[in-house]
Design a protein around this ligand. Sequence first.
Ligand code: FMN
Length: 196
Amino acid sequence: MTTILYVKSSILGEHSATNAIVDALHAHWAQKHAGASHVVRNLGTEGLPHLDMGTLGAMRSESAEQQATAAAGQKALQELLSADTLVLAAPMYNFGIPSGLKAWLDHVIHPGKTFQYGANGPEGLLKGKKAILVLATGGAYSEGPAKAMDFVEPYLRTVLGFIGITDITVVRAEALAMGDAGAASKAKALETVRAL
Ligand SMILES: Cc1cc2nc3c(=O)[nH]c(=O)nc-3n(C[C@H](O)[C@H](O)[C@H](O)COP(=O)(O)O)c2cc1C
């Protein structure tokens, strides 16, 4: 069965642009791909704890808290491994991704599971998966001088590429703090996902 994993990372709940766009895509695909499994992980409401040395070694740890963190990370990893398509939402926070999304990436970018090093260097192990990136920004970064300040899209393309996901579609709502331009950009992003 096809599995679609929707990962949200906004802290703004019902006020979030990325959540609204992901929800619209989810509603559309629930109809279009009715036979698929649709899995939602909301890092804004149910985030993963940051990795620390104890968590990395939790298999041998006596700490119930560290074991619980490691188990939560393993569950997130399994969700990603099981997905055929990843819908990954990333609001821009201070020019980069939300810390909750970074914590999720730290758990799922896992040697031997999602990448490995060989004689020719690193190799991503998640080949064949597709990703839809849903991005939102208060300013406008898709072109012009501010483009160089966007550390969200290049970073996510890099980390997803590292684990073997190179079939990436970007849906961007931008200028959201800039009045009518933002409203139009969000409307266009909603229209785009409803046509996917
Ligand atoms: C903590 C925080 C930091 C932000 N930093 C930036 C920024 O660096 N650049 C920008 O254009 N917008 C910034 N914004 C605005 C968000 O990118 C914008 O509100 C976007 O809609 C967030 O996506 P969301 O609505 O899905 O949460 C920031 C918002 C927050 C809450």
